[in-house]
Design a protein around this ligand. Structure first.
Ligand code: ZN
Length: 358
């Protein structure tokens, strides 16, 4: 059947605009003005994005299945104690789904690429809030439960999502209307290095903040009141994988050592996706186990789980983050389409001549 479908051609780094370039990736680029159909077809064709898409698309279904199971088996709508877990699980479904969509459709145009990744950043931000809501409910060490830090923890995590999404979106093009408008072709107001640095900070900061109670519980706390139990092993597995995920994202290893050797299989972004998902899996197991084993003690001693510190905080985060994404996307959405089309119209002809092999 696939022999009847003509798969789109792929390009080398010199044939696509700078905004599509990835460090250490030399070939396997899709056309920078692909149609939506070409983007979907590229799922079944080996390009440098194919495994980026599948490594997040398949886990989305795993987390959806897990969410469905929890909601149905624990009758979550009746049991307010499970609400934070459900919010966390929803965030675990949304971030890989947004990421796989972003990687699928990011080659439709330069503007589409920016907007796709704005959504990707918003979803990651929501995942960090999902983690914070569930940590506040189930993971805080006994001796920090009900402390001032515990009471401020979820509101601060909501605020952090604004910083995280805002900074990550800013890292692509700067401030909307002030530093960029619809005329973004050949313009990169933020240098690629600074852009990468800002993005690392944007995601490392909320992760580190969210994990303060967990780091204290696992690495620093001694004696009673540490909630020192079997779950700590699962938490440690999650922390190790999270640091490996951050390391891969920041260093671009292994492709930086051998540019062109990992274009299709084995480059850092694929490994980053896989480690991130494995980390999320262990994090989910740990949160679930803490929720089950600590339930009686937490119900008696911890801050009560309410609509505002669980579902309400999640909804607020979604509304605020969508507003930020809309603000950053507006100048791009108002662009006259023909301008970009014209810019790339010659690429197919030129590429066909210069790269008969692809
Ligand atoms: Zn990705």
């Amino acid at each position: 059947m696939f022999s009847l479908i003509k798969l789109p051609r792929v390009f080398t780094i010199n044939q696509v605009p700078k905004v599509f370039h990835e460090d250490g990736i030399v070939s396997g680029y899709r056309h920078p003005h692909s149609s939506a159909t070409d983007c979907i077809l590229s799922l079944f064709q080996l390009t440098n994005e194919t495994l980026n898409i599948w490594t997040h698309f398949l886990p989305t279904w795993y987390f959806l299945w897990k969410t469905g199971t929890v909601v149905l088996m624990l009758i979550a709508w009746q049991d307010f104690f499970t609400w934070p877990l459900v919010i966390f699980l929803l965030s675990c479904c949304i971030y890989p789904l947004a990421s796989s969509c972003a990687h699928t459709f990011s080659s439709m145009s330069e503007r589409a690429r920016h907007i796709c990744f704005f959504f990707d950043y918003g979803a990651l931000s929501f995942y960090s809030l999902g983690s914070a809501i569930s940590y506040s409910a189930y993971v805080f060490p006994d001796e920090w439960v009900n402390s001032l830090f515990h009471q401020c923890y979820v509101p601060m995590a909501v605020l952090n999502t604004v910083v995280c999404t805002g900074l990550a979106c800013y890292s692509r093009l700067g401030l909307p209307f002030l530093q960029y408008n619809h005329d973004i072709v050949n313009r990169l107001p933020v240098s690629p290095k600074l852009s990468k640095y800002l993005r690392v900070v944007a995601f490392a900061y909320p992760y580190l903040f969210d994990n303060i109670p967990l780091f204290y519980r696992v690495f620093l706390c001694v004696g009673e009141g540490c909630a020192d139990n079997d779950t700590n092993i699962l938490h440690c597995k999650h922390i190790t994988l999270a640091f490996l995920t951050g390391f891969l994202f920041a260093t671009h290893l292994p492709e930086r050592l051998a540019p062109g050797s990992f274009d299709y299989i084995g480059h850092s972004h694929q490994l980053f996706h896989v480690c991130g998902i494995l980390g999320t899996h262990f994090q989910m197991k740990a949160i679930e186990q803490d929720m089950m084993t600590r339930r009686p003690w937490l119900l008696q001693n911890s801050i009560p789980i309410t609509f505002s510190n669980s579902v309400g905080a999640g909804l607020l985060c979604v509304v605020v983050n969508l507003t930020i994404i809309l603000l950053f996307s507006l100048p791009l959405l108002s662009a006259p389409v023909f301008k970009e089309r014209k810019h790339y119209s010659g690429l197919k002809k030129v590429s066909a001549k210069s790269c008969p092999c692809c």
